[in-house]
Design a protein around this ligand. Sequence first.
Ligand code: MN
Length: 199
Amino acid sequence: MIFMLPDLPYAKDSLSPYISAKTFDFHHGKHHQLYIDNTNKLVTGSDLDGKNLPTIITTTAGDPARIGIFNNAAQTWNHSFYWQCMKPGGGGAPGGNIAERITQTFGSYENFAQAFKDAGMTQFGSGWAWLVEKNDTLEIMKTPNADTPMAHGATALLTADVWEHAYYIDYQNRRADYLQVFLDKLVDWDFVNKQLVKK
Ligand code: MN
């Protein structure tokens, strides 16, 4: 199996000015592509050749000898998931099943939004903020570097990339502004609802 860079689910200029086409040129066109190329190189000819990404990720998670494969495969998966978490005209409070689940778990959308932003802000260095489902319960999670919920028995529902490459062109050092815009203007809650149904 050769992994390929997935097309963005929207035009690369369609999230502007919140995320610019230039950010997508680097983040999707260069960073994501490199993770995919590295995964293909590292997996080809190994016992993981032909396995799907979740299998590669969960097989190599926590194995120091295979950290290179884990990092590149998890980053390949994380980015493919992240693109789908956004859409033009997205953001704001959700509807559907996820709206009820968020209110049940966090008390309100506002409480959820604050907890999600806090996770993104307190992830020291590079990583990801997540809304996940684990043991039928919603949770906020943060992961360093390439780490990903499936390596911890959790199902990803929503993520924001908080590596600097995700926001530096458009927001420079202002990670908080990027996270606020992500929640207010970008989140595709229809996609999040589909992740709940899928599991
Ligand atoms: Mn990234």
